[in-house]
Write a protein that binds this ligand. Sequence first.
Ligand SMILES: [Ca+2]
Ligand SMILES: [Ca+2]
Ligand SMILES: [Ca+2]
Ligand SMILES: [Ca+2]
Length: 464
Amino acid sequence: MKSVKKTVSSSPSSSRSSSSFEQLESRRLMSVVLPGATVALPGTTAAAQPALAGVVVRDALIPFSVDDGIGHTIFKGTLQDRVVRENGAGTLDFYQTIRADAGFTIPAVLQYVSRSSFGGWGVDANFRTDGLGDPTIKPEFATRSADGKSVFYRFGNDRVDPGDQSLFYLAKTNAKAFDLRGGTAIGFGQGPISGSGNGSVKLTTAEPVAPTTPGSVSGVVWHDVNGDGARQAAEPVLANQRVYDDANHNGVFDLGERTTLTNASGAYVLTNLSPGLHQIREVKPAGTRFTKPSSGVHNVVVPAGVNTSGRDFGITRTVKISGTVFNDADSDGVRDAGEAGLSGFKVFLDANNNGVLDAGEKNVLTNAAGSYTFNGLAAGVYRVRVQPKLFYTQTAPATGVHTVALASGTTTSNRNFGEHFRPIIIDPIPLPVPLPLPLPRPLPIPQPIPIPIPQPDPGPLAVL
Ligand SMILES: [Ca+2]
Ligand SMILES: [Ca+2]
Ligand SMILES: [Ca+2]
Ligand SMILES: [Ca+2]
């Protein structure tokens, strides 16, 4: 601590000429900074201002350095950016303190700190004398721009030695919410480096914002018995399933993340979600997998004050097998670049393991990409084979079969088959030598059929 306050040069001309000092009257401990006004800062303590007592809701250390633009680093240190929610009113106070690195051996001269984004908010400016910091490093005046947006703390060219820290200066506001898109500019004057100039830095810090109306997300958790990702009427809902807002996007339910349980109807509503992107997940019961969404996560952009419904979760105990039949052009058993999938191959689950597709054995045809999927199977052991096809020889797997053992709710993929196309050249069948056509025999001349000469009627036979 320095016994005598040191100043190096006169104050910046920007603020003093247009100053209009507000009468402090009885408010001796906090100074309201109206737009366009300048106030003297007397300093205060939590004992004198009990309203300042609160909970720290943000406390960030932001390292920074300041160059003078002509090749000198004139300051190196840390800005501590803190937001406190007052216990009584629930309003936010925005604190900062500047600390010089111990290892940076050149003393610097602190001129000003300017914070943007206070437009529209009530601001009382001051500094704390009951906290950490060197009592000689503090702002004497606060000026607010005419539009109310920026609050300018004027330090009187206070000398900051390595390891020194300013007192905490603050803006007590009537805001109840904040974000991290504010700006803080810090200016340093000429230091003792020969030939050095002024310099400043702009850092991203907390700012007061209007509170937003939260939104919500709702849906149903159900048992997708057949694993098809759709909810059939006979499929039951699941109660007491934990759904949560995965705030840190790590795929795990962590303490402090907003959560709820599904009710007897399998329904959930996650409330009080800030507007913006949320990852809504469910804690998956053991031995199951998600079929809807298959990724297990709903990415929802929550609008302010609106419920987003229909974000259902389907879980199943069934298993899934998938793979591809590919054209193994070089017959090496490996799918190389350029070896396309083969459509129309029949892949089957060889239940009796006899190597052939029998009646009743599940089978599917590969699609245009050569892919196949068996979904909704019960957990167990499966032998997957491809039915031979004319002109193709199977090259993979070497054993000719994928044998897979799948526990409840698991899947296996890339169960691929290589098929090499080898057309069989068949010798042409010799054409039979044509036999000489038999000469047509002359048709016999038809003979006239003798017409029977009618006989006279013998008359009735005499009965003997
Ligand atoms: Ca279903
Ligand atoms: Ca998490
Ligand atoms: Ca190959
Ligand atoms: Ca069979």
